[in-house]
Write a protein that binds this ligand. Structure first.
Ligand code: UDP
Ligand code: MN
Length: 370
């Protein structure tokens, strides 16, 4: 609880204030759930359209025949779409050792052709392990606004050059169920403008617009970078004039906000497009233990990382690996979701260890940001 507040203050320190002018209910009209999918399904593929409409959790279960590019993504995911998704992961030198191994052993193997890591230093071992997908950005290796905006700038520019249809960003403490991600994207047409993500504020943020003459307030929503978000090619193409040649960094400097908030300002305010809420994306600003195990297969992203005084904030899957082997529990999570993966062979749940009693956790949506 204390730590979550510290994180909130961290954001506040960037110089913006949260105003809860909309209720959580008020945000639901923008939700992915209530959106009329029939308008946006890829209508050039009637078989896919039928498959999505008829899919049940059982039918859409992923068959993990083999790892790597041969992974069978399931009957409702067209391979064409799988190839069209560009997944960028932001990382930094000190996390190559601490965090990237957890991704490379698990969800990276679901889509090695799709995932690119954006970092701030060379690392031949990681470059080799990712098949040359480690991108050295020349950005500073700090958590500063400029450094984070610099990496987001690089992610957007590389995506524009890739020719792919969707860009999805994640942090290096995210676990991504790639087949679920791709299935969700199948509901939207990348030839139209889509900003898909999950906010962690109860209302839109409210800043004095530095571009306004005379100064006036603007309100906009933003998708939390640490939960992951996706942008359609059509939208990123419209963003290009504010992105190319380092312009995204300049925009962040002008409004003095970090990367995910700058992105919300650019898309919602400058381009007048709305964020669509995808509630299956999860950052560690939420308690991972509140994600129900019987709903875990449906989730798109999960996270680990923020720690309260006693316990790690990790998904409550049975542990097949010790904390030392699997500090973020991503391997255990991966085996829960994809039990035929190579790393799960011969593993069974560890005997329960005495743990400290659960501390009271408050779901983010119940917290007051004022
Ligand atoms: N990060 C970075 N440079 C830094 C510190 C962090 O690029 O100096 C990246 C990190 O790899 C991660 C994201 O920024 O993808 C968020 O960092 P972290 O999870 O450490 O902090 P949070 O903002 O979630 O508290
Ligand atoms: Mn984090």
């Amino acid at each position: 609880m204390k730590l979550r507040l510290v994180q909130l203050f961290k954001h506040a320190a960037y110089g913006f204030s949260f105003f809860c002018i909309l209720t959580v209910l008020g945000s639901f009209h923008r939700s992915d759930k209530n959106y009329d999918h029939s308008l946006t399904l890829l209508d050039d593929n009637p078989r896919f359209r039928r498959a999505i409409l008829n899919s049940t959790p059982e039918r859409s279960k992923v068959l993990l025949e083999r790892e790597g590019p041969l992974v069978e993504l399931g009957p409702t995911v067209p391979q064409r779409l799988a190839k069209d998704v560009y997944i960028s992961v932001k990382t930094t030198r000190k996390y190559h050792a601490q965090r990237l191994g957890d991704i490379l052993d698990t969800w990276f193997l679901l889509a090695p052709e799709n995932v690119y890591f954006f970092t701030d230093s060379t690392d031949s071992a990681i470059d080799q392990a990712t098949g040359g997908h480690l991108i050295q950005t020349n950005c500073a290796s700090t958590h500063s606004r400029q450094a984070l905006n610099c990496k987001m700038n690089a992610e957007l520019e590389h995506f524009l050059d890739s020719g792919r249809s969707w860009m999805c960003h994640f942090d290096d403490d995210n676990y991504v169920n790639v087949p679920q991600l791709i299935r969700m994207l199948g509901n939207y047409d990348p030839r139209r403008d889509w900003y898909l993500g999950r906010p962690s504020t109860r209302g839109p943020i409210d800043i004095v617009d530095p571009q306004g003459e005379p100064a006036k307030k603007v309100k906009f929503w933003f998708a939390t970078g640490g939960a992951g978000f996706c942008l359609s090619k059509s939208l990123v193409t419209k963003m290009a004039p504010y992105v190319r040649d380092g312009k995204f960094v300049a925009l962040g400097d002008k409004i003095r906000l970090p990367d995910d908030v700058t992105l919300g300002y650019l898309i919602e305010h400058l381009l007048d497009k709305r964020l669509i809420v995808v509630d299956k994306l999860h950052s560690h600003l939420e308690s991972m233990r509140l994600v129900r195990l019987d709903q875990l297969h449906e989730q798109i992203s999960l996270s680990a990382g923020s720690y309260n005084d006693q316990k790690k904030n990790v998904v409550a899957v049975p542990q097949l690996f010790t904390d030392a082997e699997d500090p973020q529990h991503f391997r255990s999570l991966h085996c829960f979701l994809f039990p035929k993966s190579r790393i799960c062979a011969g593993r069974s749940p560890l005997p329960p260890t005495p743990t400290s009693p659960d501390t009271e956790e408050t779901p983010l949506a119940d917290m007051d940001f004022r």
